[in-house]
Design a protein around this ligand. Structure first.
Ligand SMILES: NC(=O)c1ccc[n+]([C@@H]2O[C@H](COP(=O)([O-])OP(=O)(O)OC[C@H]3O[C@@H](n4cnc5c(N)ncnc54)[C@H](OP(=O)(O)O)[C@@H]3O)[C@@H](O)[C@H]2O)c1
Length: 247
């Protein structure tokens, strides 16, 4: 039996892409309830309608402190938090818009999970510890210049994951870092490479939650690139840097 059976989860960015796949994956493994967070809750109508009361739509823009506070006040029974919402501009650092774009990516991808994790840490504690799952990227470990500023925001997510893991260990909250390669969602639409289906990423992540694995490289590209990175970090970063230059 999956540990997810009977649990209550919150997924940010649940209306499309990987977030939507997380909602469906959690339901399939027997979650009692899933709070589906989205900036526009109308985009969740079909998920709610199909779930027979097990999906609750919640307005949650992770850049808005008032949305985060209201979500934590409403969803007091959460034991699994999935920080999935994310945004990617396609910019290197020399682009004149890089500071503005980087700030916006940081606000969603890094400060967003900080806001949500802060608000939900006491909720998770009250519900026995539970888990936080942070969706990083293989770009958390190696900068992809075509996604330069995004990679920096995802590197920050990796550091956040390590710090939260240490801070929340005492209350029994496990903190899982997920570092996918290309996934077949809107975000990667302009990439021509092999992409993994979001449902497969979700399967790997929920298996990791069940088995207690804390670092997840959920697809062939991420596990291969991370393996190369571990054996030769400088050469791997150089190869990726030369291969994925901004257009
Ligand atoms: N696709 C990939 O290749 C890939 C690879 C590695 C990691 N990831 C990461 O995986 C996660 C999911 O991405 P995806 O591939 O599913 O991308 P996606 O299809 O573009 O979906 C992104 C989701 O995040 C939501 N979102 C964006 N800004 C938000 C905000 N301020 N507050 C709340 N929700 C917000 C979007 O909502 P709206 O509909 O309102 O915009 C959407 O639901 C992200 O963290 C991404 O960085 C993706």
């Amino acid at each position: 039996m999956s540990k997810i059976e009977g649990q209550v989860a919150l997924v940010t960015g649940a209306n499309r892409g990987m977030g939507r796949a997380f909602v469906n994956g959690l339901l399939a493994r027997g979650a009692a309830k899933v709070y589906a967070g989205a900036r526009n809750t109308e985009a969740l109508a079909d998920l709610v309608a199909e779930a027979g009361g097990r999906v609750v739509a919640i307005k949650l823009d992770v850049t808005k402190a008032e949305d985060v506070a209201s979500a934590a006040a409403t969803a007091r029974d959460v034991s699994v938090l999935i920080n999935n919402a994310g945004t990617a501009g396609f910019s290197g650092f020399v682009n004149p818009d890089a500071v503005e774009l980087g700030r916006s990516e940081m606000d969603t991808n890094y400060f967003g999970p900080i806001r949500v994790s802060q608000a939900f840490a006491p909720v998770l504690k009250n519900n026995g510890g539970g888990a936080i799952i942070n969706i990083g990227s293989i770009a958390s470990h190696i900068n992809f210049p075509v996604l330069g500023t995004y990679s920096a925001s995802k590197a920050a997510v990796h550091s956040l994951t390590q710090g939260l893991r240490a801070e929340l260990a005492g209350q029994g909250t496990s903190v899982i870092g997920v570092y996918p390669g290309p996934v077949d969602t809107d975000m990667a639409a302009q990439f021509d490479s092999d992409k993994t289906a979001p449902q497969e990423i979700v399967r790997q992540v929920l298996d990791a939650l069940d088995s207690g694995q804390e670092e997840v490289f959920p697809d062939p590209v991420s596990s291969q690139v991370y393996g190369q990175f571990l054996s030769d970090p400088a050469a791997t970063a150089k190869y990726i840097g030369q291969t994925y230059l901004p257009g």
